[in-house]
Write a protein that binds this ligand. Structure first.
Ligand code: FAD
Length: 629
């Protein structure tokens, strides 16, 4: 069968915030750009983002600035972050939010007409620019509108709206194509009719989002099968920090059909409190040593903070997500959970009903429609849900380039920025900052090429054979393999891990890999979800292997990686990063250690010695003292 073919300068895989911002940048720099997305244009995780985008604009508290944001981000990531990324992010996020506004985004306002900013876990000041609890929707709407505006310019100038930027929606990429070690294009299929498609392009930006569908309980939707992570690995790039998965503390727990769906952190940011079955605000019992001086120790102080932040410490419900998720997990395990296995999140006794429906309209409807719970009158039941992966493609902080020439990555599929734990709101700003940088990086790379690479026809033939294989055999049902993988990851490489269980998971993944090689999809190529899942399995298994292998090696607990058998954070491990690559024979994944570069002097000086000594080795502390002295 004939394969459809298109030629571009830059192919962006993914149409969430990172992909759209990258594509806009590449097009603005004169590059012919394709945006390819697996789902409908406009349907990406970004659209589901509720709370907001973190940017130190200082609109609500003028003491906020990039340095405070940088410090919060590093603390949230437990100092494992790629500090250059955290620096760029903190410095550039305000400009990216103002740019969105200039492109038409309508953020909520303060009384004096500035973009309003709300509180979120781990952020010292109110920092999240938001639109009620539908911020992602406004972000995607604005970025799409910007794409259309650019297309209208092209229509005027070239008589063809799609001359420089074109969207290929419901089109899944299954392989990156190379020419002698450098990127030359991408291979995929149309979901609707199964027709195959090749993009010839010297630069590819991966912006495919997360991996949540490897877990049973997740806030992620069907697209998030770790495709970009796997595509990068298979093309020879490396993945970093894959052991760190964020379990958001508050997902719905009931009814079973909606288990995992996100309950935004804004509920707590706007005053909601967590209680156990005894009615106790248990978060006061879980303030870790490193955060002791920053969080209120009594309910009275915590409550005063909402109106007087200068003289009170923050409520412990607003600790970083990893801390809150672990606390909920412990309460449930100790038998103090709610009837359906979560804990209570109550905003009904904290805000007037009208205020709840104004500030949290989506949450109100979500609970009313899905669980028949009126959150203005009663508490929600919530529990941890697999939400976000901190690990991803190892990229150059400034350009987003991976270590395969021509390959770039931005957004959730990239790794490093958030260290071991992401602060809420730091993803939407990350997408804008690093989406723009990756688009610019790809454009500059194309400009620097002496000759365009050429896709090897042999690799197209191989990608074609791989894509069609499940249709050509009558093997096991892919849904069975998927369900077993989800259970394995949830139970054995979940929120609390131990060596025996992770080892068991790795053995299970090996067996599932074998089974996945034999799965078959009945039916034709015409919209066939079983076939699509059979192809996605390769990606989920590769990513799960990375997560489990790295989780087994990291013998400490930090951020989104908690080891029951190594419950403390170790200063020695802070300087050690785990990097996954495809094994030379392609059969699995290898993990190597890499030393974390010491933080630049001017950045480390932003921290107090007393704080640093909780995280860094004596040797590093001596170097800091020498610097300060
Ligand atoms: P996504 O927005 O996830 O987009 C990925 C794109 O890649 C999609 O277009 C998809 O179709 C495409 N794709 C994937 N695989 C392929 C393939 N093989 N071929 C072609 N296309 C492919 N973060 C915040 O900062 N603030 C919040 O308030 C917030 N709330 C959230 C609420 C929910 C319910 C969820 C799930 C996440 C939330 N997050 C929030 C996290 C944040 O939304 C995501 O991390 C972020 O949107 C990811 O953006 P992205 O551009 O990297 O990818």
């Amino acid at each position: 069968m004939e394969i459809e073919r298109h030629e571009y300068d830059v192919v962006v895989i993914g149409a969430g915030g990172a992909g759209l911002r990258a594509a806009i940048e590449a097009r603005q720099q004169g590059k012919r750009t394709a945006i390819v997305c697996k789902s409908l244009f406009g349907k990406a995780h970004t659209v589901m983002a509720e709370g907001g985008a973190a940017a130190a604009m200082g609109n609500v508290n003028p003491d906020d600035n990039w340095m405070v944001h940088f410090r919060d981000t590093m603390r949230g990531g437990k100092f494992l972050n790629n500090w250059r990324m955290a620096e760029l992010h903190a410095k550039e996020a305000p400009d990216r939010v103002w740019e969105l506004e200039a492109w038409g985004a309508l953020f909520d306002r303060t009384k004096d007409g500035k973009i309003s900013q709300r509180n979120f876990g781990g952020h010292e000041y109110p920092r999240l620019a938001h639109v009620g609890d539908r911020t992602g929707l406004e972000m995607i709407r604005t970025l799409q509108q910007r794409v259309v505006a650019l297309q209208q310019e092209d229509e005027k100038q070239h008589g063809d709206a799609e001359a420089f930027i074109k969207v290929f929606q419901e089109c899944t990429i299954t392989r990156l194509l190379k020419d002698d070690g450098v990127i030359a294009g991408a291979f995929g299929y149309w979901r609707e009719n199964g027709r195959l498609i090749v993009f010839d392009a010297p630069a590819v930006v991966l912006a495919t989002g997360g991996i949540g569908k490897s877990y049973v309980v997740t806030s992620n939707s069907w697209e998030y099968t770790g495709d970009g992570h796997a595509l990068a690995l298979l093309a020879g790039a490396k993945l970093i920090n894959m052991e760190f998965i964020q379990f958001h503390p508050t997902g719905m727990v009931w009814p079973p059909s909606v288990r995992g769906i996100l309950v935004t952190e804004s509920v707590r940011g706007d005053g909601g409190v967590l209680k156990n079955s005894e009615g106790r605000r248990f978060m006061f019992d879980y303030i870790p040593e490193v955060f002791k001086d920053k969080y209120a120790t009594t309910e009275e102080e915590a409550d005063r903070w909402y109106t007087d932040q200068a003289n009170n410490r923050r409520p412990p419900e607003l600790l970083p997500r990893d801390e809150v998720a672990r606390a909920i997990n412990s309460e449930v395990k100790a038998g103090r959970g709610s009837p359906q296995g979560g804990v209570y999140l109550d905003v009904s006794t904290r805000l007037p009903a009208a205020e709840i429906t104004r500030r949290l309209p989506s949450m109100y409807h979500q609970f009313k429609e899905l669980a028949d719970v009126d959150i203005t009158k009663e508490a929600m039941q919530v529990g941890p849900t697999c939400h976000y992966i901190m690990g991803g493609v190892e990229v150059d902080a400034d350009t987003g380039e991976a270590d395969v020439p021509g390959l770039f990555a931005a957004g959730e599929v990239s790794g490093g920025m958030h260290g071991s734990n992401r602060l809420g709101g730091n993803s939407l700003s990350d997408l804008l900052v690093f989406g723009r940088r990756a688009g610019a990086g790809a454009a500059a790379y194309v400009d620097g090429l002496a000759a365009r690479p050429k896709v090897a026809e042999q690799s197209v033939a191989e990608a074609r054979a791989e894509a069609l294989a499940p249709l050509e055999r009558s093997g096991e049902n892919p849904y069975e393999v998927h369900q077993e993988l989800q259970r394995t990851m949830n139970e054995l490489v979940g929120i609390i891990r131990k060596a025996e269980e992770v080892t068991e998971a790795l053995e299970a993944v090996e067996k599932l890999k074998e089974r996945a090689r034999g799965v078959g999809a009945a039916g034709t190529r015409i919209y066939n979800p079983g076939w699509h899942l059979a192809l996605d399995l390769r990606n989920m298994l590769l990513v799960s292997e990375c997560v489990a292998r790295a989780a087994l090696l990291r013998e400490e607990s930090r951020g989104g990686h908690t080891r029951d058998d190594f419950p403390s954070m170790s200063a020695e491990w802070r300087t050690r990063l785990l990097v996954c690559a495809l094994a030379p024979d392609g059969s699995g994944v290898t993990v190597e250690e890499k030393v974390q570069q010491p933080m630049r002097d001017d950045l480390i000086r932003l921290f107090e010695r007393d704080e640093l000594k909780k995280y860094i080795t004596d040797e590093e502390l001596a170097a800091f003292d020498a610097l300060a002295g």
